[in-house]
Design a protein around this ligand. Structure first.
Ligand code: AHG
Ligand code: MN
Ligand code: MN
Length: 329
């Protein structure tokens, strides 16, 4: 405890070994490394207009997307911080075509979208970091095929939302816990333990610019969300920021559904399985929500490629079941 009876992330994980099995020490070290990197990313983002970090870096990533300066800065922070924790054998990052080997003797693999929502950086809207950890099944020089795993094998999943405040959310398969950054000390303080998402909600989050290219069932579900009740009032409300972390976090706390389906521009979906959808899906399930690829549970998918994309549906149980019922039609 510190003087104000606040529980820091480090204290929480050290005092709650039962949440961090089978290897509390390693999981603690990995989460502390995430904490350090996120704090650095936060401090640059919070003065982005003053630092030389806005705008494009002038290159494209393997997905053909414009890389932003802040994408690269965030990526460097996570690589550097995780290298120093010694437990990570390799990192898979959205920003690197191939995996990056760190410590051959590390027992874990780390997958990350270091800066999610990067189209929002220059306009001062919330962005995030998403991360996922697998335990290795082998020793020696890490290979990218080691990331070809099922989502349910994740041992840690989490995200950091750089919003009006900066919050770090994680699960080790024993509940979802949230910490808020105290900027003056650079420490994350426990603000919400064992988060449960509402079973019902009224927020639907989908980029409707893609409407005409969506499969009929999803169009019909959007139509359902727009229906009025018998008093002529709306039944749902639409919210879509273009930052998955921010869209998901809002829905997690308030109740809602997030959908990024297959579209004409992204026939396999836009979001990446290993470092966007898997960790969000584990958090959603741990909070009592659902996450699917459409009809199939997302965490049952086994990755075939490191930068693989997937359609993604996640949110409150009642809303998810309603949406999925439209896919059956
Ligand atoms: P990233 O910035 O890591 O490339 O991810 C952006 C993602 C995600 O955050 C968001 O939900 C989605 O892209 C928005 O895509 P559209 O602009 O196609 O709606
Ligand atoms: Mn992203
Ligand atoms: Mn990104």
């Amino acid at each position: 405890m510190n003087t104000k009876n606040e529980i820091l992330l480090g204290q929480f994980i050290e005092n709650r070994d039962e949440l961090h099995q089978p290897d509390p020490k390693a999981i603690s070290a990995i989460l502390r490394a995430v904490e350090r990197a996120s704090e650095r990313v936060h401090s640059v983002i919070s003065r982005a207009g003053l630092a030389d970090v806005l705008g494009a870096a002038g290159s494209e990533n393997i997905q053909g997307e414009q890389v932003q300066k802040l994408d690269l800065f965030a990526n460097d922070q996570f690589i550097e911080s995780l290298e120093s924790c010694n437990h990570i054998a390799a990192i898979l990052s959205e920003e690197n075509d191939e995996i990056i080997s760190l410590n051959e003797s590390g027992e874990y693999l780390f997958a990350t979208d270091p800066l999610d929502g990067s189209s929002n950086i220059d306009v001062n809207i919330s962005v995030g970091t998403i991360f996922s950890v697998f335990k290795r099944n082998q020793k020696g020089q890490p290979k990218k095929e080691e990331f070809h795993r099922h989502g349910y094998e994740q041992v840690v999943a989490g995200y950091v939302l750089y919003g009006t405040s900066t919050v770090l959310i994680y699960t080790c398969g024993n509940g979802v816990h949230a910490f808020t950054l105290e900027p003056s000390s650079g420490k994350f303080i426990l603000t919400n333990e064992a988060i449960k998402t509402p079973q019902k909600g009224n927020i639907f989050s989908i980029n409707e610019g893609n409407y005409k290219t969506l499969e009929k069932g999803i169009q019909n579900y959007i139509g359902y969300c727009k229906k009025l009740n018998d008093k002529g009032k709306r039944t749902h409300t639409a919210r879509f920021m273009g930052s998955l972390v921010a869209d998901f976090h809002r829905n997690l706390l308030k109740g809602g559904i997030f959908i990024y389906p297959a579209t004409a521009d992204a026939p396999k979906g836009r979001l990446r399985l290993l470092y966007e959808c898997n960790p969000i899906a584990m958090i959603a399930e741990q909070a009592g929500g659902l996450a699917t690829q459409g009809k199939e549970r997302l965490l049952n998918i086994k990755a075939k490629e490191i930068h693989e994309r997937t359609p993604f549906f996640t949110g409150s149980k009642v809303m998810m079941n309603k949406a999925l019922s439209y896919l059956d039609e």
